[in-house]
Design a protein around this ligand. Structure first.
Ligand code: ATP
Ligand code: MG
Length: 580
């Protein structure tokens, strides 16, 4: 039942085609009861010796026509019904992806990629099967069996029918208890399948690290253990599934025995004719399929509803972040301000930012420095609106961010993350990610700004070169500059550079920063870095330590202050001159 409720929207939307398919299936069931009746009648005529040639011809012709009619009807309902199956899969995959794109990092920490992939593939497939094949088996069982039973009662003998169907309730009992077990085992198998997906993903994406630490064999063993587990669990499912068919054959065998034994007695007793006995046995044969169908239906339904439950659990998770109900309209962010902002990651115990306050006017540059793990990236991420911020802590143009529409805010921000995310497309498409319609001149200009032109000239196909999965073809510094070009192309109000120049040499770095300063005059930029020279020009510099502001000021002020910043600066300057 839960399955029907979960997919109510779909059944409502497609009720017309379901009605057509079910109507045709029922008509087919009705029509297929005619031939056995005709065969029985013909036998009785033969027995009585009053079969005429024209009568026989008529019967044969009718049987042939009926076969053709059934052919067409079956074709139509199969395509209609299974078309629905394919459609529901498509719709659900679309829903799932749309949901995933709305989710924030918290969701992806709770749900692993492998589990989500299992949902998109196996689970949605199982749901599709239930809404096509499942419906077919249900209709077959209900309509097929009742039509046959009605024919048996009206044309042959109720007594014989009841006797032959004595084993049936037993079958229903066993099947429904098996069905429950199938569901439990299937859920278990799907969960393992998800885990195996996770492992495969990690092995493939981390293959270079695994190889460099010579862990291939260990990884293979671990993966082998996973696949064995998946196999064992699927085997446990199919062991139960395998019980259905023989069980049905057994019951059918008993039914046949009763049918022929008791039926023969009734013929001798003159209660039914020989023709009727033949028809009855054909009808009994026609009950096998509805019975198998019933088993299959329970089976498919259990799997489908288990999968629908899993899918629902994922879809029901809301983004941690609520959009503003009545957003305040802002044209441009005239300032960015944090007022004693404290932030703790959902999975963390300790805050990663602790009472951070600063104010930045439009057009200014903020430098963020500090030891590794001090909270630089976390501070920049606050502007991406991925995690909820405590109300009244972060302001744009003096409006608290929770009153600004998330999409609006995102449209102002260009972000160059610390760890690069490239798509396995061409360099051009990767750069134009945020502005797909960009002209070649615009792209070339962004590339020039990021000092990436020389590298592209070296590539086999220039801008059209495919970078491979997550940019395997590019060096670390090339990936960084590609990401910078991507961010510069959209010429956003706010630019976040998260340690984005760590892999380029000092000279390239200062050239890129010079370009950025010229290009982005009047726009706001936030730069986090380990190399202090990258922020010495900034209007304000924050030195973080364990999420707190340790020192702050302009470069000159910090140098006068004589703390961590001065010490680092001198250290880095000395190193630079040694390298020269
Ligand atoms: P680096 O210089 O190495 O880039 P950082 O200054 O950018 O360091 P952050 O990435 O902001 O440091 O991390 C600050 C703290 O927050 C660290 O202690 C880190 O362990 C923690 N942290 C970062 N991301 C998460 C997360 N997604 N969930 C939980 N804790 C996190
Ligand atoms: Mg960082």
């Amino acid at each position: 039942m839960s399955f029907v409720i979960r997919l109510k929207w779909f059944f409502q939307q497609r009720w017309g085609s379901y009605a057509l398919a079910i109507g045709l299936m029922s008509a087919v069931s009705l029509l297929t009861t005619i031939p056995p009746k005709m065969i029985g009648n013909t036998i009785d005529h033969i027995r009585k010796g009053d079969l005429t040639a024209s009568g026989l011809n008529q019967t044969v012709l009718l049987l042939v026509c009926l076969s053709f009619l059934l052919y067409v009807m079956v074709y139509v309902w199969i395509t209609t019904l299974f078309g629905n199956s394919a459609l529901v899969e498509k719709l659900l995959r679309g829903r799932l992806l749309a949901h995933l794109t709305r989710m924030t990092p918290g969701f992806f920490q709770r749900n692993s990629t492998g589990q989500l992939m299992a949902l998109a593939t196996n689970d949605i497939l199982a749901i599709g099967q239930t809404s096509g094949y499942g419906v077919m088996t249900l209709v077959n069982t209900l309509v097929g069996a009742s039509v046959v039973i009605v024919m048996m009662v009206t044309y042959i003998s109720a007594k014989l029918m009841l006797a032959a169907l004595i084993p049936l309730p037993f079958l229903v009992l066993v099947i429904s208890s098996l069905g429950k077990k199938v569901r439990v085992r299937f859920l278990d198998a799907q969960a393992s399948f998800g885990k195996m997906n996770d492992h495969a993903l990690e092995s493939i994406s981390g293959i270079r690290v695994i190889r460099s630490y010579v862990q291939e064999n260990d990884d293979l063993h671990a993966f082998d253990a996973m696949t064995t587990e998946v196999r064992d669990k699927n085997k446990r499912v199919s062991l139960l599934n395998a019980l259905f068919q023989p069980l049905i054959s057994l019951i059918v065998g008993v039914s046949y025995s009763i049918g022929i034994g008791y039926g023969a007695y009734l013929v001798f007793d003159g209660q039914i004719t020989l023709g009727q006995l033949v028809s009855f046995n054909i009808y009994l044969g026609m009950l096998i399929w509805p019975m198998i169908s019933f088993g299959e239906f329970i089976n498919v339904l259990q799997r489908g509803s288990a999968s629908a439950d899993r899918l629902q659990t994922a879809l029901a998770q809301e983004a941690d972040l609520k959009d503003a109900q009545k957003p305040v309209e802002l044209d441009v962010p005239a300032s960015i301000e944090m007022k004693a902002l404290t932030f703790t990651y959902p999975t963390a115990q300790q805050p990663s930012l602790d009472h951070i306050s600063f104010r930045l006017e439009r057009g200014e540059t903020l430098g963020i420095v500090g030891r590794t793990g001090s909270g630089k990236s976390t501070l920049l991420k606050q502007l991406l609106r991925q995690y909820p911020v405590d109300p009244g802590k972060l302001y744009l143009s003096d409006v608290p961010v929770e009153q600004i529409a998330i999409d609006r805010m995102k449209s102002w921000v260009a972000y160059v993350p610390q760890e690069h995310l490239l798509l396995s497309k061409s360099i051009r498409d990767n750069i134009a990610l945020g502005k797909p319609g960009a002209s070649t001149e615009e792209i070339e200009r962004a590339v020039e700004m990021a000092s990436f032109t020389g590298d592209i000239a070296q590539m086999p196909e220039g801008l059209a070169t495919i970078v491979g999965e997550n940019g395997v073809m590019l060096s670390g510094g090339q990936k960084q500059r590609l990401a910078i070009a991507r961010a510069l192309l959209i010429n956003s109000e706010i630019l976040l550079l998260d340690d984005s120049l760590s892999a380029v040499d000092a000279r390239t770095e200062s050239r890129i920063l010079h370009h950025i300063r010229l290009e982005r005059a009047g726009k706001t930029t936030l730069i986090s870095t380990h190399r202090l020279s990258a922020v010495s020009h900034a209007n304000w510099i924050l030195v973080l330590s364990e999420g707190r502001i340790l020192e702050e000021g302009t470069h000159e002020e910090l140098m006068l202050h004589g703390g961590w910043y001065k010490e680092q600066w001198e250290h880095q300057q000395m190193q630079a001159s040694l390298e020269e």
